[in-house]
Design a protein around this ligand. Structure first.
Ligand code: SF4
Ligand code: SF4
Length: 292
């Protein structure tokens, strides 16, 4: 079983559209949507939910209003301005969005009126789609620790892939180069960067390529809508050589991408056009690399 992670370095490059198309081409795959801050793979794969679990991470302070004597000591030590005294009752009130779970308030409360609860940060879900089983997640507004949730989604996807004995796990990774991206590529078999032929796209693809290099993960790159700026596309292709990445091709700008999205389909499920032909060729090249 091989795990391919599709990343982009920045948002808006068409990474999710490419990842969904690859999942369809793989035929037998478990799909993991690790873009947990802005998950949208479900828009193309129309999942039918079969399992839903709460994701908890970190802690939030809670007040026992019976025990609180309203002395305000906790409010004075909180560096995050997460505690106020209620103007009516005079008791401490915690703002859960501002609380960082540092524990300073619990240390100073002589009335033992404060304690910690595990913070509910979102949900992770298992769903069935026409491309295979999808593991995805929803992070609550303002919730943190997306890296931990990404690791959880990947772990669940791997155990389902082993159970179902499918040859592929296709991961739609998060944008950027932060903690969530590191969590999505660690120990993967290969990374595909969907780059964009813009100045920022070129800059960001190099950053994620260096990240994949650091973790010694085999690296592929393609440029989406590369015909819009052939010069930058050529530069990305040249950089791929330097960065030890295999350049798989240039996906041309194709209106069929939009038409497919309006129908809730991937580009490889619509009438054959230039972009879908290139994506099929990308998939053939990736498969070639992993032939036994
Ligand atoms: S330190 Fe304890 S008793 Fe004092 S206001 Fe805070 S919670 Fe209430
Ligand atoms: S745990 Fe830290 S951040 Fe949260 S309310 Fe207490 S002092 Fe403030």
């Amino acid at each position: 079983m091989k795990e391919l992670v599709v990343i982009s370095g920045k948002g808006g490059t068409g990474k999710t559209s490419v990842a969904a198309a690859l999942a369809i081409l793989a035929r037998q795959a478990v799909i993991a949507d690790c873009d947990v801050d802005a998950a949208d793979l479900h828009l193309l794969l129309q999942p039918q939910k079969s399992e839903s679990q709460i994701f908890r991470s970190g802690h939030v302070a809670m007040v026992d209003t019976e025990a609180c004597i309203g002395c305000g000591t906790c409010m004075r030590v909180c560096r995050f301005e997460a505690i106020q005294l209620d103007p009516v009752s005079g008791k401490a009130v915690i703002d859960p969005l501002a609380c960082e779970g540092c524990g300073a308030c619990t240390d100073v409360c002589l009335s033992s009126a404060l304690w910690f609860e595990e913070r509910e940060c979102g949900r992770w879900l298992v769903s069935q789609t026409r491309a295979g089983t999808l593991v995805h997640a929803r992070l609550n507004i303002g919730a943190e620790n997306s890296g931990k949730l990404v690791s959880l989604v990947r772990k669940k996807a791997r155990s389902l892939a082993e159970e179902q004995k499918v040859p592929w796990i296709i991961v739609d990774g998060p944008p950027g180069t932060g903690c969530a991206v590191i969590a999505s590529i660690t120990n993967a078999d290969a990374v595909l960067v969907v780059a964009e032929a813009t100045v920022s796209g070129q800059h960001d693809w190099k950053r994620v390529a260096q990240l994949a290099q650091y973790f010694k993960i085999p690296l592929f790159v393609c440029v989406n809508r590369g015909d819009i700026h052939p010069l930058l596309t050529a530069e990305i292709e040249a950089e791929a050589l330097v960065l030890n990445a295999q350049f798989l091709g240039t996906i041309p700008y194709d209106q069929k991408f939009n038409q497919a999205q309006w129908q809730g389909l991937t580009i490889v499920e619509t009438q054959v056009g230039p972009a879908s032909l290139v994506i099929r060729s990308l998939w053939d090249q990736i498969q070639q690399q992993f032939k036994p």
